[in-house]
Design a protein around this ligand. Structure first.
Ligand SMILES: *[C@@H]1O[C@H](CO)[C@@H](O)[C@H](O)[C@H]1NC(C)=O
Ligand SMILES: *[C@@H]1O[C@H](CO)[C@@H](O)[C@H](O)[C@H]1NC(C)=O
Ligand SMILES: *[C@@H]1O[C@H](CO)[C@@H](O)[C@H](O)[C@H]1NC(C)=O
Length: 570
């Protein structure tokens, strides 16, 4: 008896020892923080971190196939977007993965809660000392040049036998701080030239110096009336305390859309402590006002919702993931999502970039068209000053480099040419998707040896499309000002898609969902006006030239509403 008891105690001790000495393996590492961050030393041991662990999803390859099936014109499943439950059959973790990760956390006295609709994200609070111990990490305070402090670790580990069950842990080595893709040097608008003088295409000559909704309607044939189908929601996201002002919208509409009802406005949704205060009026954000004025101002009566994502969870990337999970929890997702914020691809760990990109894949499969501004730094990305001239390699923007979003670049002029700030290029994380393989290989063969060694010839090329993006007139704090940026282009293209969806839904058809397989198809590309001049300089080079066909400055070109209408089967 005594001996047996002894044996069992010994066994327990061994089991315990095994549990705490699991063989650890580095799961993700980066050698340094981005140059815009400096280390302020170890994070305080007792500081509480909210840690999120993404458990491997059940079938991402299956989801990618499902996305391509429902998004590729001509496929038998085209337009049959996935329900919440159908999507979760791909995105929920396998029981064995969830059990294995949960058991490991329990060994460390951690009870995690589910933090996403599919149950793939787990969340728990632990002091820095414990996070350092369980992840073999070195959580440090990093300060951004903009003043923001992030707690990050350059490297972390997980037990060897769990490596395949864990996609990514956050916070770790992603250093993304979102910035809006609009030039903030807003300047006083010139008094608009008379709209009486029109070009042969019916475009007011004044559009060469100041872009208004009337210019975009004339240039792209955007209709001035629509049905306003209630299920067709155009969502506009707002981050970093950029707020959309209702009084400024009213004044914008009364100047530029006299034909709309004076009560035309937008709905509000908030998450992560987001809000949209209206007073003082000067608290309005340039980016949010631009985005709301050029969606409500072009797509009305399509319902527009401003989604204000607060900073509760934010530390950069997570707000955007929270927002996608918030949409994925809805039984009906927005039909179009317009986002004019981004970061450099190099700011994220590749595993976090993939995780976020997969979340866009999921939202696309639900039937949402996701549009991202391509960025305003030409080929140099978000770098400023000397760095943007001295860089030896081009810096792609993220999320535009994700193959499951539609990235929008900028043009200028009545005869359109590329805007020189229009970011574009090739991902270092995501390979070239099949829908653009022919368009991109043609461009690369014509490009020859230009910029060789400065970009990745196998990566996903962006942007996909473009619209005007220079000298947009908006109302900000009761004043008329001009703004530049791919931030102008994104709500414009998003409005075109929303108006097409309005007609499709009224005709009993599905909304467009993930756009790229359609846009790169022969019919889709033919419904866009190719922009063949200009370039996007940066890193001491001329950047990429815009050419006939797709190019990494203006994509496939700018919209032609009448042609798009026909191409989508209306
Ligand atoms: C999803 O929505 C339900 C209510 O509709 C809510 O109870 C739940 O917390 C939400 N889940 C997530 C992960 O947001
Ligand atoms: C926008 O770009 C135009 C053309 O390059 C330039 O004249 C103008 O100053 C820019 N405006 C802002 C706000 O940067
Ligand atoms: C180039 O892009 C591919 C994805 O297409 C990636 O696997 C590879 O690591 C990238 N190369 C570099 C040097 O970043």
């Amino acid at each position: 008896m005594f001996s047996r008891a002894f044996v069992s105690i010994t066994t327990l001790a061994i089991a315990y020892a095994k549990a705490t000495t699991r063989t650890m393996q580095v799961h993700d590492v980066r050698s340094t923080a981005p140059t815009t961050f400096t280390s302020l030393g170890a994070a305080p041991a007792d500081m509480v971190l909210t840690v999120k662990v993404q458990v491997a999803q059940n079938d991402i390859a299956g989801l990618e196939k499902a996305l391509m099936d429902v998004s590729t014109p001509g496929n038998a499943l085209y337009g049959q977007h996935l329900s919440k439950e159908e999507l979760e059959s791909y995105t929920a973790p396998k029981a064995e993965s969830l059990d294995a990760v949960t058991a490991w956390l329990k060994e460390n006295d951690i009870e995690a809660s589910s933090a996403s609709p599919a149950g793939d994200w787990l969340s728990f609070d632990v002091p820095v000392s414990k996070a350092n111990e369980i992840f073999d990490a070195d959580y440090t305070v990093f300060k951004h040049t903009g003043g923001r402090e992030l707690i990050r670790t350059l490297s972390y580990s997980v037990p060897e036998d769990l490596a395949a069950h864990i996609d990514v842990i956050h916070p770790s080595n992603t250093f993304a701080i979102a910035s809006p893709a609009a030039a903030f040097k807003a300047i006083q608008a010139q008094p608009s030239a008379s709209n009486g003088n029109l070009t042969s295409r019916g475009v007011p000559y004044s559009c060469a110096s100041t872009v208004t909704p009337a210019c975009l309607q004339a240039m792209y044939g955007i209709p001035t009336t629509a049905i306003g189908e209630k299920t067709n929601v155009l969502a506009v996201s707002g981050f970093i305390d950029m707020w959309a002002n209702e009084a400024d919208l009213k004044s914008f509409l009364s100047t530029f859309r006299k034909d709309l009802s004076s009560s035309t406005t937008f709905a509000l949704q908030t998450l992560d402590g987001g809000s949209n205060p209206q007073t003082p009026r000067s608290s309005a954000g340039t980016e949010a006002n631009l985005d709301i004025q050029y969606t409500v101002g072009l797509a009305s009566p399509v319902p527009v919702t401003f989604v204000s994502v607060g900073e509760d969870n934010s530390d950069g990337t997570f707000g955007s993931l929270d927002m996608i999970n918030y949409f994925l929890n809805m039984s009906t997702t927005p039909t179009v999502l317009s986002i004019s914020y981004g970061v450099d691809e190099t700011d994220l760990s590749p595993s976090m970039a993939k995780s976020i990109c997969n979340a866009y894949m999921a939202l696309g499969a639900r039937g949402t068209s996701i549009l991202f501004a391509s960025g305003d730094g030409g080929v140099a990305g978000g770098q400023f000053g000397e760095q943007s001239q001295n860089c030896t390699v081009f810096v792609p923007s993220f999320p535009p480099s994700c193959p499951y979003v539609t990235s929008v670049g900028a043009t200028t002029g009545i005869v359109e040419t590329a805007a020189d700030f229009s970011s574009g290029g090739f991902s270092n994380v995501f390979g070239r998707p099949s829908y653009q393989s022919s368009a991109v290989s043609s461009y690369l063969s014509a490009l020859g040896s230009t910029n060789t060694g400065r970009f990745n010839t196998t990566g996903r090329g962006f942007p996909d499309v473009s619209t005007q993006g220079v000298n947009f007139e908006i109302v900000l704090d009761a004043r008329r000002v001009l703004v530049n940026g791919t931030s102008c282009s994104t709500p414009t293209f998003a409005s075109v898609v929303a108006l097409l969806n309005d007609e499709l839904i009224a005709a009993g058809k599905s909304p467009l969902g993930f756009l790229n397989p359609f846009l790169y198809s022969t019919a889709g590309a033919a419904a866009l006006t190719d922009v063949t001049s200009g370039s996007n300089p940066g890193c001491g080079t001329d950047g990429f030239p815009a050419t006939v066909g797709w190019d990494p400055v203006t994509g496939l070109g700018t919209p032609n509403y009448a042609a798009l209408r026909t191409a989508v089967g209306l």
